[in-house]
Design a protein around this ligand. Structure first.
Ligand SMILES: Cc1cc2nc3c(=O)[nH]c(=O)nc-3n(C[C@H](O)[C@H](O)[C@H](O)COP(=O)(O)O)c2cc1C
Length: 278
């Protein structure tokens, strides 16, 4: 299988880079082929702007969606974007590795998504508007996994923790960015307390991460509900009989059992402790 590692950290001794190298080693040892996108190392252009469209469809007004669709369809995207799409389309799985910065990915990685997720490919698939999204689309058949180094302690991200559960904080990435264009997304792997982690913590995290990487093609993805699987008859809103009475993010995950009767908390099963498999 081919696996693309996309990572965003400017420091080689970071936990993030450590996870990257462990993943590369583990996958290679199992006979998989790896591809890399080291966003800081590549000097990736993070901002999405007019320079992304050297041959404009409309020189008078910059409509990013229109220009994205035009450039993708006519082969006039920038070389760096084309190269990332080539790697993505070749990949059977994509792992995004990053430190949690303000409860999300670093800007350079967000800019990778903004620029590489072209109209006609990741959204507006095949020029059909929103006909194919959430479980279908240009990246269908691929697996995706987030590996996140988190400064704060695990309890801050627990089901009732002060920051909110990590898997809910990352929902815009897992559901909105990866599942939207069709990828099957695995539960997030997190290393908590990463800013002050010691040798033992690193060893525990490494063991757990190796296990997750080995099971990349076996683990069950998060059961996000597909748009066209019957749960959303009008393609917009859940049918009344699905997740009856539930609102919020969890309503879009099938079979999610509420731990405390509250209707928008992720079950503990989605909050992966880093030392789970020791
Ligand atoms: C700009 C910035 C924002 C951060 N935001 C968060 C945050 O929202 N939550 C958190 O727990 N830690 C936060 N941290 C701490 C990082 O997550 C932590 O330093 C990092 O995960 C350590 O791993 P690394 O060795 O891969 O950098 C932030 C750090 C920086 C520099």
């Amino acid at each position: 299988m081919k696996v693309l590692l996309v990572y965003a950290h400017p420091e080689r001794t970071s936990v993030t880079h450590h996870l990257v190298e462990l993943a590369a080693e583990t996958l290679t040892a199992r006979g998989h082929e790896i591809m890399r996108s080291d966003l800081y190392g590549m000097g990736w252009k993070a901002v999405f702007d007019g320079r992304d469209f050297p041959q404009r469809a409309d020189p008078n007004r910059l409509s990013l969606i229109e220009e994205s669709g035009h450039a993708f369809a006519n082969g006039c995207q920038t070389r760096d974007v084309e190269e990332e799409q080539r790697k993505l389309l070749a990949a059977d799985a994509v792992i995004l590795l990053f430190p949690l910065w303000w409860y999300s990915m670093p800007a350079i990685m967000k800019g990778w998504v903004d620029r590489v997720w072209a109209y006609g490919l990741a959204y507006g698939y095949q020029g059909a508007g929103n006909a194919h999204r959430y479980g279908e689309g240009g990246f269908a058949g691929k697996r995706a996994l987030l590996a996140v180094s988190v400064g704060g302690p695990e309890q801050d991200y627990s089901p009732r923790g002060i920051n909110g559960p990590l898997e809910q904080l990352l929902f815009p990435i897992t559901h909105g960015t990866l599942f939207f264009p069709g990828m099957q997304v695995l539960p997030t792997f997190a290393v908590y307390g990463a800013a002050t982690i010691g040798a033992q913590g690193v060893a525990e995290a490494a063991a757990a991460w190796r296990g997750r990487v080995q099971r990349l093609f076996d683990d069950e993805p998060i059961a996000f509900r597909p748009q066209n699987g019957g749960s959303y008859p009008d393609r917009h809103v859940l049918a009344d009989h699905v997740a009856r009475g539930q609102t919020g993010l969890m309503a879009h995950v099938a079979g999610a059992v509420m731990l405390d009767g509250h209707n928008d908390s992720f079950p503990a099963a989605f909050v992966e402790p880093c030392y789970e498999d020791g």
